[in-house]
Design a protein around this ligand. Sequence first.
Ligand code: C2O
Ligand code: CU
Length: 464
Amino acid sequence: ARAFAAPDELGDLAKAAPFAHAMPVLGAMKPAASHSGRSPRSGRTVMTDVYSMRQHKARVEIVKGLKSTVFTYAGCFPGPMIKANRGHEVVLEHHNELDNPTCTHLHGGRVPSKYDGLPMDVVGKGGHYTYRYPNKQRAASLWYHDHSHGTEAENVYMGLYGVYLISDEEERRLPLPKGQYDLPLVIRDARIEADGKLSFARPIDCPHMLVNGKERPYFKVAARKYRLRLYNVSINRNIKLRFADGAEFVQIATDCGLLEGPVVRDEIELVGAERAEIIVDFSRYRVGSSIVLENTAALKERPEIMRFDIVREAKDRSRIPDRLAEFPSLPKPSREREFIMTSDPTFLINGKSYDPKRVDVETTLGSHELWRIKNIDSPGHHKPGYFIHHSFHTHLAQFRVIHRNESPVGPGEAGWKDTVSVPPGESVCIAVSWSGYAGEYVYHCHHLGHSSAGQMGRVDVKPR
Ligand code: C2O
Ligand code: CU
């Protein structure tokens, strides 16, 4: 079954020429204030950066020449990038000036429950909420996004997402590309009508691909190595990235930070919310040439995601070390659990729809568990416009993928993760470590159309 409509079915919408505008580089937001204080618990000095964001609508140009109304954090689409340091606290004050209730989740963040942005912890128009993020975790490419119960898909689709990077000593010591050569690429699909309206639509009806808020942009690069932090923030779509010439690149990180060692690849698939970091060496191309990054999961007629134009020479002292990180060995799991993901007649986990009052999993802080996640839909089971590929995500915990259909996973998936692909008919085993904070959290499908429909469960973490 075909997962995407053909361009002619989408009319003129799909016919706009690609590479009409430059990809914006995401700028880091400046803290409104920074201070240091003594932690009453540890007695240690804690640095705190304070940020404040108003959530409001704005008019932006996504497709060249058209204005679209989107939801924004602080007027930016995507939201402003936050750069945090391990062990330094970030305080983020959100003011909701939208008409609908919102809450903000730090995806991949190890955060106390009351700052986690749980589905029911929403604030309405005119309200505000202050989140405190301890950032006591490894360097990683995280993101923040809306999580309001039942409406997260639409709110994220309309623009409520932004990049959140944590950096640490371990990462800074490595000779990887830095500064202007270290770029987040936030990729998603969308449907922009002929009058510019961004309409909330199923993936089959979304002909547009956006990188950092622009439809299939170009970007000028130097003939040297770049670190690209790839994000799929599409609410229901998988993307499979490769360069048009099949060129190899090197994967260095998964969702929750650096891999143990670099992995050479020529294609990378990301389900909703999944991230990967790659090093691309543009010195293989002549100055004056271009290379297109494609999505091979899209229609053959329209594979472009963006184009890199190689415009100058540049010095490059960066290199990719053979060892990137040390992983502690995985403790023996204390118990096993099974999660059956279904899509028909609606999106469920273990036959249940999310009920914030029902505890689906009770676990203990510090415990290690084996979770087996099964997508029991067969690959052939497909209604038009209907995605049965799932993206499993847990809050608080990070995990390692142990096996897929009883076989060990590939090296590109062997790092620390918070989101894992669960294709139809497959069974994925993950080792989950519950560390951080006791309290209420959730796990869910990160194809947000599915989680909004109820494909989510509640996990309560008890103190040990
Ligand atoms: Cu990225 Cu529960 O979310
Ligand atoms: Cu799903």
